[in-house]
Design a binder for this molecule. Structure first.
Ligand SMILES: Nc1ncnc2c1ncn2[C@@H]1O[C@H](COP(=O)(O)OP(=O)(O)OP(=O)(O)O)[C@@H](O)[C@H]1O
Ligand SMILES: O=C(O)[C@H](O)[C@@H](O)[C@H](O)[C@H](O)CO
Length: 182
């Protein structure tokens, strides 16, 4: 069994999970898994119609994400940074509630969460400017209502999304190394 870590980049829609997660995976030389692409079609249809997902909608999806994580738990980091941090894969997943994160913590390797924290104003602005994506902006408010920020016992890295992606990535990497973040 691998002892390497899977990093789950989490946060509400528009916080930068895909952007920062892909950068982190590339910097570590490991695969990136986008949980958005693992939703069953019924969930996507619901969100496109403007309806927020419920717990019942999210359980099967979270288990699909967990299966992806288990398939990648034996990944091997290629770059020096990946080896230093022992990151074997990176996932972008909203993981809004602690009970959702607890499902992902059942993975066959250690899991660290990197929470991308942003103000409502910045998040709204980012979603407004994003092209070709299915997520309606009004669902952001439902996601913010569902969001439970990681608590003290969760050992999560927290990064502020205000600065450009390179700086957000630096905060995440610094946090994974055990240093100060946002
Ligand atoms: N630090 C940043 N500075 C400026 N723009 C950013 C930053 N991070 C992400 N963006 C932009 O904000 C938008 C949302 O980012 P992204 O799609 O990565 O978010 P997400 O959390 O994956 O969203 P979703 O959950 O809806 O897929 C994109 O247009 C992206 O290019
Ligand atoms: O938990 C959820 O409500 C979903 O995962 C959403 O976060 C969407 O998948 C994503 O944000 C789409 O852009």
């Amino acid at each position: 069994m691998s002892t390497g870590v899977i990093v789950v980049v989490m946060g509400v829609s528009g916080s930068g999970k895909t952007t920062i997660g892909e950068c982190l995976a590339a910097a570590c030389g490991v695969e990136f898994g986008d949980a958005d692409r693992l939703h069953p079609p019924a969930n996507v249809a619901k969100m496109v119609a403007g309806h927020p997902l419920t717990d019942a909608d999210r359980w099967p999806w979270l288990h699909t994400v967990l299966a992806w994580m288990n398939d990648h738990a034996d990944g091997v980091p290629v770059t020096d940074l990946g080896k230093e941090l022992d990151v074997v894969a990176v996932v972008g997943c909203s993981a809004l509630k602690r009970i959702y994160r607890d499902v992902l913590r059942e993975a066959e390797c250690p899991v660290r969460f990197a929470y991308l924290r942003g103000t409502r104003a910045v998040l709204t602005e980012r979603l407004r400017h994003r092209q070709g994506h299915f997520f309606p902006e009004q669902l952001l408010y439902a996601q913010l209502a569902d969001l439970e920020e990681p608590g003290p016992g969760e050992d999560a890295v927290v990064a502020s999304i205000g600065p450009p992606p390179d700086e957000v990535l630096r905060q995440v990497i610094n946090g994974l190394r055990g240093g100060a973040t946002a």
